[in-house]
Design a protein around this ligand. Structure first.
Ligand code: MOS
Length: 751
C-alpha cells in the first residue's frame, strides 16, 4: 500500500506516520499465531486441575482416547522423554526459582494447573474429549490468601531478573529518628488487587513439523528468540532447527514476555506425533497464566514545614508462587524522584499456592507510584500547599537513591505544560468545593516515572540492486509501532524514503533481539538499525570511491551525504554517484551488513536514566450512586526524542486507559475456599468501555537524550499508565474529601 504521509525530501523521524501494518490489521488479513493453517493440522485442548494443591491419584484417559477423531492424550504418565526435565533453564523474564514444568509429575501446585493435553482432528473434538477424562485427586491444604499469610513473608532470592529489576537500594540516614521529628508525618497502608492481562489475542502456538527434528512455530510472544531458546533447551533441539515467528501480536502488555505452557504442549505433541499441532487457550484459561500480583504497601513520609521530604519509608509485600520468587520494582521510585536523606525501602514476598505472577504493564511502577503519589497529595493537604507546588519544592536534578545525575530530565516542563493545558490554576483547593449539577467535581494530579533501559540488540541491512533496502531484526511489534518507527529510523539514516524500505521482523532466524518489554525496544533496536544502516552507507561509499574516475575518490565519509539514491559531496551536491551505478560496478550483487548496538559498559552506569510524566485528571462523582467518571485527563511526557508522534501518542493513550482501568475497574477475585479465580471472563472482569473513556490528551515535552543513544530516544509505553491511578485517587479526594487506599476503587467504596 502506498503510504502517502511521507515525503522523501523531509526527514521521516518526527512525522506522525500511521502504522505500516495498520491496513492488514483493520482488514483482517493480519494472521495471528492460532490462525496459521497446515495440512492435517491437529488440535490440542488442555485439561486443567480442578484442585489447588495435592496429587493426581489416577488419571484415566481410556474413554477420551476411544472417541472418534481423538489421536492421543498426554498426561504426566506418558509424557514423552523428549522434554529435558532435569535441565535447569530460565527464560529471559524468569524470576529466580524453577521454571514451571507442565506434566512433570502428579504434583498439583495451583488451581487450573495443566494436567493433560488432548489431541484431536478438530478443536471441538479435543475439547469434548477432555470432558471424558476420569481424574481422581488427593487434596491437600492450601493457602492463597495474602492477608492471611503474612507470617510467611520473606526476602526474595536474587537472580537473573534483578538486572532489569534491581532490589531496593540500601537504607540511608536515620529514617526513624528524622521521621519522628518531622513537622508533618503521613503513615499510609495501601492494598492492590490481582489483575490479569486479558489481551484480545489469546495464547496460541501453531507448530509446523518439518521433519528431522525441525520445527517452525507461530507463537504468541513478545520475544521470538526467547521462545526459540525455550523450545531448543527444553526439548534438546538444535537452535537452528527451531524457528519462531510472531509478526502480529494481538495485545501483550507483558503476557507474552515468557514462554508459556501452551508452547510446551504444542511442541511436545508435535515432536511425539511427528505432526503439525496447534494449541490455543480459551478466555477462561487465560486466567491460569500469570497476573499482576496483589500487593500490600506501607508508607511513612515525613516532611518539614515547607513541604520538603526528609524521611521516606516504603515497604511492599507481594504475592508469589511456591516455585518462583517473582518481584517487581514497587518501592524504588520515591527517592529517584524526591531527594530525601533518610530513606528505608523494602520489598518482600509471600509464597502462596498460585501460579507465578507475571510482569504486567509498568510492573511495580503503577503499584508503587500510586501509593507514593497519593501520600504526597496528603502531605500537600496537611501543609495547605498546592500538590503541584509540593512536587516542585521536592524537585531534584539527581536521582538521590543512586546519587547520580539524570541523563535527561524534563519533568519540570511536564508539570508546567501539563498544568497549563489542563487548567490546573482553575482548581479551588478545598475538597468538596467544586460541583457540576448534583455531581462533585475533583481535580487531581500525580507524577509518573519509569526506567529508561537499553540493552543489546542486532539488525541486518540488505540493499538490492534496485536500490531498495530490507532491514531485519528478530524483534516483535506488539502493537506499539515498532515496524513503523524502525522503518523511519532506517529511512533517515540511509537518506531514503520509507517506501523503499522493508522492515522484516518477528522471526527468530533474524538478528538477535531481546524480548520486547520494559519500554526499552526503541532505545535498544533503534540504534542497531541505525548502526546497520551506517555500515551499509560505509560499504556503498567505499564502492563508490573505487569506481574508476570517481568524483568521490579523494573524499572522506564525513564529506558526503546519502540522499535519494545518490552519494553526493556535501559542499558540492552536483558531484555525486548514483547507487545504481555502484551496483553496476559491483556486479549486481546485494550488499549486506549485520551490526550490533549496546550501551557503552564503561560509561552507561554513570548516570540515572528515566522517563517522566505529569498527569492531571478531572473526575465527577455522583455521591448518591457512588459512580466515578474520569471526565478528562492530560498526560505530559518527557521520554527523549519521539520518533513518531502518532504511534507514541497511541502508546500513551493506551497506558492512560489502562491506568483508568486499574484505578476504577480491573480486579480478579480469588475464592480462597477453592483457590480459584471466580471472575475468569470478560463479563465479570471489568474493563473500561467507550463510555468510560472521555477526553484524553497527550503532550510530549521537548527532550533528547544522547547519553542513552545517538538517536536521542528513551522510550514510551509503561510511562502512559503509571501516573493515572494516583491522579484519579487524588481527584476523588478533592471531589469528595474521601481518601481511598485500595485499588480498584469501585463505587461501593464511596458509599
Ligand atoms: Mo511489558 S510488562 O515489559 O510488556
Amino acid at each position: 500500500m502506498p503510504n502517502q504521509q511521507s515525503m522523501s525530501n523531509e526527514p521521516s523521524i518526527g512525522q506522525p506516520i500511521s502504522r505500516l501494518e495498520g491496513y492488514h490489521k483493520v482488514t483482517g488479513t493480519a494472521k495471528y499465531a492460532g490462525e496459521y493453517n497446515a495440512p492435517d493440522l491437529l488440535y490440542g485442548y488442555i485439561v486443567n486441575s480442578s484442585i489447588t494443591k495435592g496429587k493426581i491419584k489416577s488419571i484415566d484417559t481410556t474413554e477420551a482416547k476411544k472417541m472418534s477423531g481423538v489421536v492421543e492424550v498426554f498426561t504426566h504418565e506418558n509424557r514423552p522423554s523428549t522434554a529435558w526435565f532435569d535441565f535447569q533453564y530460565a527464560d529471559m523474564d524468569a524470576p529466580p526459582g524453577t521454571v514451571f514444568k507442565p506434566l512433570k509429575d502428579n504434583d498439583i501446585q495451583y488451581n487450573g494447573q495443566p494436567i493433560a493435553l488432548v489431541i484431536a482432528e478438530t478443536f471441538e473434538m479435543a475439547r469434548y474429549a477432555a470432558t471424558k477424562m476420569q481424574i481422581v485427586y488427593e487434596e491437600e491444604e492450601f493457602e492463597t490468601d495474602l492477608n492471611a499469610s503474612l507470617d510467611l513473608v520473606r526476602k526474595p532470592k536474587k537472580g537473573l531478573a534483578s538486572l532489569l529489576k534491581p532490589p531496593p537500594p540500601k537504607p540511608t540516614g536515620d529514617f526513624e529518628k528524622v521521621y519522628q521529628d518531622s513537622f508533618v508525618r503521613v503513615d499510609n497502608h495501601f492494598s492492590h488487587g490481582t489483575e490479569h492481562h486479558n489481551p484480545l489475542e489469546m495464547y496460541a502456538s501453531t507448530v509446523i513439523y518439518e521433519g528431522n527434528g525441525k520445527l517452525k512455530i507461530y507463537d504468541k510472544t513478545q520475544g521470538t528468540i526467547n521462545s526459540q531458546l525455550y523450545v531448543a533447551n527444553v526439548f534438546g533441539l538444535k537452535m537452528k532447527n527451531v524457528q519462531v515467528i510472531s509478526p502480529f501480536v494481538g495485545g501483550a502488555f507483558g503476557s507474552g514476555l515468557r514462554p508459556q505452557h501452551q508452547l510446551f504442549m504444542a511442541v511436545m505433541a508435535s515432536l511425539a506425533l511427528k505432526r503439525h499441532v496447534r494449541v490455543t487457550l480459551d478466555r477462561a484459561q487465560m486466567y491460569l497464566i500469570g497476573h499482576r500480583p496483589p500487593t500490600l504497601q506501607h508508607l511513612k513520609f515525613g516532611a518539614d514545614q515547607r513541604g520538603k521530604l526528609n524521611a521516606i519509608y516504603h515497604k511492599a509485600i507481594g504475592e508469589t508462587s511456591q516455585f518462583e520468587d517473582y518481584v517487581e520494582i514497587v518501592v524504588n521510585w520515591s527517592n529517584m524522584l524526591y531527594p530525601a536523606e533518610n530513606v528505608r525501602l523494602e520489598h518482600e514476598i509471600v509464597p502462596l499456592d498460585v501460579y507465578s505472577p507475571l510482569d504486567m504493564r509498568a510492573p511495580g511502577g503503577s503499584t508503587g507510584m500510586h501509593a507514593i503519589e497519593v501520600t504526597m497529595d496528603e502531605i500537600a493537604y496537611k501543609l495547605q500547599i498546592d500538590p503541584l507546588e509540593l512536587r516542585l519544592i521536592n524537585y531534584s536534578e539527581i536521582d538521590k537513591s543512586s546519587d547520580k545525575t539524570y541523563s535527561s530530565k524534563e519533568l519540570r516542563s511536564c508539570y508546567l505544560q501539563g498544568a497549563e493545558k489542563f487548567g490546573w490554576d482553575k482548581r479551588n483547593p478545598a475538597p468538596r468545593s467544586m460541583r457540576r449539577g448534583h455531581k462533585l467535581v475533583g481535580y487531581g494530579m500525580a507524577t509518573g516515572i519509569w526506567d529508561a533501559n537499553r540493552i543489546f540488540g542486532r539488525a541486518q541491512a540488505i540493499m538490492t540492486p534496485d536500490g531498495k533496502v530490507e532491514i531485519k531484526s528478530a524483534v516483535t511489534d506488539i502493537g506499539t509501532g515498532t515496524l513503523t518507527i524502525m522503518t523511519q529510523i532506517a529511512a533517515d539514516t540511509l537518506g531514503m524514503s520509507i517506501e523503499d524500505i522493508t522492515f522484516s521482523y518477528a522471526d527468530s532466524k533474524m538478528p538477535f533481539a531481546p524480548i520486547q518489554g520494559g519500554s526499552f525496544t526503541t532505545a535498544t533496536i533503534g540504534p542497531a538499525v541505525q548502526n546497520a544502516c551506517h555500515a551499509l552507507n560505509k560499504k556503498l561509499f567505499k564502492l563508490a570511491k573505487n569506481i574508476k574516475g570517481s568524483v568521490l575518490s579523494s573524499s572522506k565519509l564525513q564529506d558526503v551525504i546519502f540522499k535519494d539514491g545518490f552519494i553526493s559531496l556535501k559542499n558540492n551536491l552536483d558531484q555525486k554517484i548514483s547507487i545504481l551505478e555502484i551496483f553496476q560496478e559491483h556486479g549486481g550483487e546485494a550488499i549486506k551488513t549485520t551490526n550490533s548496538a549496546m550501551p557503552n559498559p564503561l560509561t552507561y552506569g554513570k548516570k540515572a536514566k528515566a522517563v517522566h510524566s505529569a498527569v492531571f485528571v478531572e473526575v465527577e462523582v455522583d455521591e448518591e450512586l457512588g459512580t466515578i467518571e474520569v471526565k478528562r485527563a492530560v498526560t505530559a511526557v518527557a521520554a527523549g526524542k519521539i520518533i513518531n508522534p502518532k504511534t507514541a501518542e497511541s502508546q500513551i493513550l493506551g497506558g492512560m486507559i489502562w491506568g483508568i482501568s486499574k484505578a476504577l475497574h480491573e480486579e480478579t477475585i480469588l475464592d480462597h475456599q477453592f483457590g480459584r479465580y471466580m471472575n475468569a471472563n470478560l463479563a465479570e472482569y471489568h474493563i473500561p468501555v467507550h463510555a468510560d473513556i472521555q477526553d484524553l490528551e497527550v503532550l510530549f515535552v521537548d527532550e533528547e537524550d544522547h547519553f542513552v543513544n545517538d538517536l536521542g530516544v528513551k522510550g514510551v509505553g509503561e510511562i502512559g499508565g503509571v501516573g493515572i491511578p494516583p491522579a484519579i485517587t487524588n481527584a476523588i479526594f478533592h471531589a469528595t474529601g474521601r481518601r481511598i487506599y485500595e485499588l480498584p476503587i469501585h463505587f461501593d467504596k464511596l458509599l
